[in-house]
Design a protein around this ligand. Structure first.
Ligand code: ATP
Length: 308
């Protein structure tokens, strides 16, 4: 059993605010880029989740007026399914997540979660419902136990360790002399990209949100780490029905998704299961065979961008 290095009440509201902003955004979203003008509408109600269906309806969006990223996008992420979003670099995959978090609002159209326009629900309830494993996980200058606990502040030591176990990071932490009290972050021990991602997953397990997003890192983690990790995510997801969305660069990590959505030029170019898309012989089939042909057994995790 480990002790938190800093008592929670000591940190008080600053801590909560920090946690709130950082957990909500992780580093998927560069803090400086966040639009702080987005506020709750006066009649905002808490999001009422039923199954976790997400719909983008005629969504038009650009960060600047002169450059449209999403141009009348229509897509449905079915409740409780594993969905992958793929497409060329810069096509707007991560933008979908930022819009869903309401770091920006759509310029036209709407985004619905279980039938509710996200502009009409409270930001807190919206962001509480979504968990993200970002490309790069932020670390606090605190103990590793503390860092995991950011997922849910009232989690017990046992719950923290259980989450760490399920995210395959417990064994690593347990091998360190100071175990869960080991300081990490800039002033502590440096941990690898793979370990950071496991940390993010353990936070997510503690948070246990109904909607899960994985923004697959473009940088190559070692293949074994990543497949073990994704395998574990699957088993976590099997326990409960969760809508999970993978923004993917390596097609091999998502070929078993219930639905694969291919974005191009701000719209859905094609969608279906891996098999359907390969048989269809369109963009996905091209990408798949390019990745397979170029990297085959040698490097099946090569980022999509390098292939395009
Ligand atoms: P990748 O696969 O490379 O991660 P992506 O499909 O996730 O790319 P996005 O991050 O959604 O792409 O970005 C879509 C486009 O919007 C890109 O051209 C990007 O440069 C641009 N963009 C992203 N954020 C901003 C911003 N804050 N201001 C202006 N342009 C932006």
């Amino acid at each position: 059993v480990f002790q938190l290095s800093v008592p929670l009440n000591f940190l008080g509201s600053v801590y909560r605010e920090l946690r709130q902003s950082l957990l909500d955004m992780e580093t998927l979203f560069n803090l400086q880029k966040v639009n702080v003008t987005i506020k709750d509408s006066p009649e905002a109600k808490p999001l009422a989740l039923t199954g976790g269906q997400i719909v983008f309806e005629n969504v038009r969006f650009g960060y600047r007026k002169d450059r449209i990223i999403l141009n009348g996008l229509n897509l449905t992420i079915p409740a409780g399914k594993k969905v992958a979003i793929v497409g060329p670099s810069g096509c707007g995959k991560s933008t979908l997540l930022r819009l869903l978090f309401r770091f920006w609002d759509v310029q036209d159209g709407r985004i619905l979660i279980d039938g509710q326009d996200i502009r009409h629900v409270s930001l807190a309830s919206l962001r509480e419902a979504i968990g993200v494993v970002p490309q790069d996980t932020p670390l606090f200058n605190a103990s590793i136990g503390h860092n995991i606990r950011y997922g849910r502040l009232d989690a017990s030591d046992e719950e923290v360790q259980d989450a760490a176990r399920r995210a395959h990071i417990h064994e690593i932490v347990d091998s360190w002399p100071d175990k869960y009290d080991t300081m990490v972050g800039e002033r502590g021990m440096m941990i690898s990209g793979g370990e950071k991602q496991r940390l993010a997953i353990s936070r997510l397990i503690l948070k246990d949100p109904p909607l899960l997003f994985f923004d697959e890192a473009t940088s190559a983690l070692d293949t074994h780490t990543e497949s073990a990790l994704l395998g574990n995510i699957q088993s976590i997801l099997k326990d409960k029905k969760r809508t999970s969305v993978f923004v993917a660069h390596r097609l091999r990590t998502i070929y078993d998704a219930d639905l694969i959505i291919v974005l191009k030029d701000g719209r859905v170019a094609e969608q279906g299961t891996h098999e359907e898309l390969v048989n269809h012989g369109g963009l996905y089939a091209e990408l798949w065979s390019a990745q397979e042909m170029l990297f085959g057994e040698d490097d099946p995790k090569k980022p999509l961008e390098d292939v395009l």
